[in-house]
Write a protein that binds this ligand. Structure first.
Ligand SMILES: Nc1ncnc2c1ncn2[C@@H]1O[C@H](COP(=O)(O)OP(=O)(O)OP(=O)(O)O)[C@@H](O)[C@H]1O
Ligand SMILES: CC(C)(CO)[C@@H](O)C(=O)NCCC(=O)O
Length: 458
């Protein structure tokens, strides 16, 4: 099995402000200030990438650096831009047995307003999209994810790429407004591809508002189809996170040869969590699930802090000191618990220090717990639990690679660090936690790829 890993260099992350915003902020204000032109299927307004690619003599990308970055952008905007920017290609590289193989190319670039898109591989099945665009929504318990095709601007030689655009919305209404604006040539014969619970719940609303038919694809099938497509076509779709490294060295891309992709465990962390054992794109099963996912994080965060959004909650967590609310091994043992190898600073009980809070408060012995400490403890508790659960499933089904999807992750360092640490710790280094650039869009991409015979002919 060939697994190449390389890292990015040159982007000074240290000292970057940790503001958290991303593309749905544009779409939230969409109905009042339309953000795209009125032509149907307009292309993103700019495809200039701030990333400089360095290739080896064999054409393989070794490193890339950032030539320009807008300093006013928040950490997440920059990371989204950086991690989603990828015109990397892997071709004519060795397959581990000395044979050359060529992988298809998918270029992934951020548009100027942070809404990312990828260039679809040049395949016959996509040619139809030059005449008629396709739209697919994944309507989950919290967020609505949309992917849609458009035709890119002409290259120097006059050819055009087919683009797949990514958007997410806080509500179905914002998504419908956006669709009305960009999908102008729709009619009653058109299909809107859909997946997720909302493709059932909102089917009538979508049909009524947009005047199109809804073509549903099963949520789990969509997740796997989307994940398979991205891993196969976007060589730097997946990456590992290494907190001990500096700056961009923390992110190491993990291209994988097509025939080595399977099997793997997919842990999709949305409102709730689905755990899928995946043996091939057509052979998979949902082996488990959990309610301790993104919904629990944001819900408890709302109850326990003044944060009113996911991003605000993450910002609080970044400032927090969980040791103020968690009970550590040292709080119970006075130091390390050597016999079990539990170091003093390991969390013994999440929120344990709050167990006597009311009592101490009544005696005037303590101040209230700070909300940033609560947010940090909450994020660690949820991420740790997910990491441990993921390990247990991977162990049960003897899977070494665990891909994490879903928008809970948001490429956030605390979450990725905790998940990676938990997987590494519990598996004693045998299993690997892998993250995905298009983490929250797997289902939408899978639904996009599901074409009816009518759509193929359109
Ligand atoms: N801007 C945001 N607003 C709300 N939640 C966010 C945001 N960004 C990330 N999240 C997190 O992502 C989670 C939703 O992830 P995702 O969109 O993958 O799931 P979903 O499809 O809505 O849920 P499910 O698959 O369970 O139906 C939220 O519960 C929250 O923890
Ligand atoms: C219900 C779904 C599949 C909807 O996406 C998801 O939120 C989930 O997997 N929840 C966990 C449900 C459970 O297995 O306990």
């Amino acid at each position: 099995m060939l697994e190449l890993s390389y890292s990015l260099g040159g982007f000074p992350l240290n000292g970057v402000p940790l503001g958290l915003k991303d593309e749905e902020d544009h779409t939230q204000s969409f109905s009042s200030t339309p953000s795209s032109s009125s032509s149907s299927l307009s292309s993103p307004s700019s495809i200039s990438s701030p990333v400089v690619i360095h290739t080896s003599s064999k054409g393989r990308i070794l490193t890339r650096s950032v030539s320009h970055f807008d300093e006013s952008k928040s950490y997440t905007e920059r990371m989204d831009e950086l991690l989603l920017s990828s015109s990397l290609r892997r071709e004519n590289t060795l397959d581990g047995k000395g044979n050359d193989f060529v992988t298809k190319r998918t270029t992934s670039i951020s548009g100027s307003r942070g809404a990312p898109f990828i260039v679809l591989p040049k395949e016959e099945r996509f040619e139809i999209l030059r005449e008629k665009g396709r739209f697919a929504v994944d309507i989950g318990g919290t967020l609505v994810k949309l992917v849609y095709s458009s035709v890119g601007p002409p290259d120097g030689d006059g050819t055009t790429d087919l683009l797949l655009n990514f958007r997410k919305f806080q509500s179905i209404e914002y998504c419908i407004d956006f669709l009305k604006d960009v999908w102008q040539d729709r009619n009653s014969e058109c299909y809107l591809n859909g997946t997720g619970g909302g493709s059932f719940k909102y089917a009538e609303l979508l049909q009524k508002e947009l005047g199109v038919k809804v073509k549903r694809t099963d949520e789990m099938l969509s997740l796997i189809t989307g994940c398979d497509f991205l891993l196969r076509n976007n060589e730097d779709e997946s990456f590992t996170y290494h907190h001990e490294a500096e700056g961009l060295e923390r992110y190491q891309y993990k291209p994988i040869e097509e025939k080595a992709i399977y099997p793997f465990l997919l842990v999709n962390i949305g409102t709730g969590i689905s755990v899928l054992k995946v043996d091939s794109p057509t052979s998979f099963s949902r082996v488990g699930g959990s309610t301790m996912g993104g919904g629990a994080f944001i819900g408890l965060g709302n109850l326990l802090t003044s944060a009113r959004s996911f991003d605000e909650l993450l910002l609080l967590a970044e400032k927090g000191d969980h040791r103020q609310v968690d009970s550590l091994v040292s709080d119970i043992y006075g130091g390390d618990y050597d016999h079990l190898g539990l170091a003093a600073e390991v969390i013994a009980g999440s929120f344990g220090k709050c167990s006597t809070l009311n009592h101490r408060r009544a005696q005037g012995l303590c101040e209230d717990a700070k909300e940033e400490d609560i947010a940090k403890s909450l994020l660690l508790m949820i991420s740790n639990t997910i990491g441990q659960m993921a390990f247990l499933y991977s162990n049960r089904f003897e899977m070494r690679r665990i891909y994490f999807g879903g928008f809970f992750i948001r490429k956030h360092p605390i979450s990725m660090r905790t998940l990676s640490y938990a997987i590494n710790y519990w598996s004693k280094g045998v299993c690997e936690a892998l993250f995905l650039k298009h983490e929250g869009y797997l289902g939408a991409v899978g639904s996009f790829l599901d074409m009816t015979e009518e759509q193929k002919k359109e």
